[in-house]
Write a protein that binds this ligand. Structure first.
Ligand SMILES: [Zn+2]
Length: 196
């Protein structure tokens, strides 16, 4: 039995997903962190996951590998530590490599944050414009769909921007984990309107 099998055996997929910030719905689905989506299509099974949207499939170790961009052994070590499994997986052979991985991950994350903020800020301005331009002039006017949409989406988009500007490291990290799919969905919508 490999160390990966042991980690798999001693954990269940739902707890792993929950620990790393996902909230499975009643059918045991979560929003897939590996492609952008608004409706959960990643099904959690006892020790595995399968995304019916993009085809991603794996177990707890591969989930953590992909989510944190870690080599398999380090992902197993992370789960071992986070879930206090007490398995002897040993230390990473090359501490230097770990530093590189961490900084690469950080730089990916910082780039994502920068991108997300610019996009959300642009979308926020667009919604603000719709909100002002398409506001009903009298109570009897049938509201424009774009105005309705602006009313619905402005609070959330504003909140997302505020987290990225003012949130603590922890809040921004959890935003990245929990809302990445949603933000990428917003980006797709936004780009439809600005024509990119
Ligand atoms: Zn997917």
């Amino acid at each position: 039995m490999t160390i990966f099998d042991e980690v798999k055996e001693r954990t269940d997929m739902r707890s792993i997903a929950e620990y790393y910030g996902f909230t499975p719905n009643r059918g045991n689905y979560i929003c897939c962190p590996f492609h952008s989506e608004k409706t959960p299509s990643m099904r959690l099974y006892e020790h595995d996951y399968h995304c019916y949207g993009c085809g991603e499939h794996g177990d707890g170790v591969s989930f953590v590998m992909k989510l944190y961009n870690l080599p398999a052994k380090e992902a197993a070590q992370k789960i071992n530590a986070d879930f206090a499994l007490g398995l002897d997986i040993g230390r990473s052979r090359e501490p230097q490599k770990k530093t590189v991985t961490a900084s690469q991950l950080l730089s990916y994350y910082q780039q994502w944050e920068k991108w997300a903020f610019l996009m959300l800020n642009g979308y926020y301005k667009l919604l603000k414009m719709w909100f002002e331009e398409f506001a009903p002039k009298t109570p009897d006017d049938e509201p424009y769909p774009l105005w309705v949409r602006a009313c619905n989406e402005l609070p959330k988009v504003k909140w997302f921007c505020m987290i990225l500007i003012q949130g603590s490291d922890e809040e921004r990290r959890s935003f990245f984990i929990n809302h990445r799919g949603e933000v990428e969905g917003i980006a797709a919508e936004y780009h439809k309107y600005i024509g990119e």
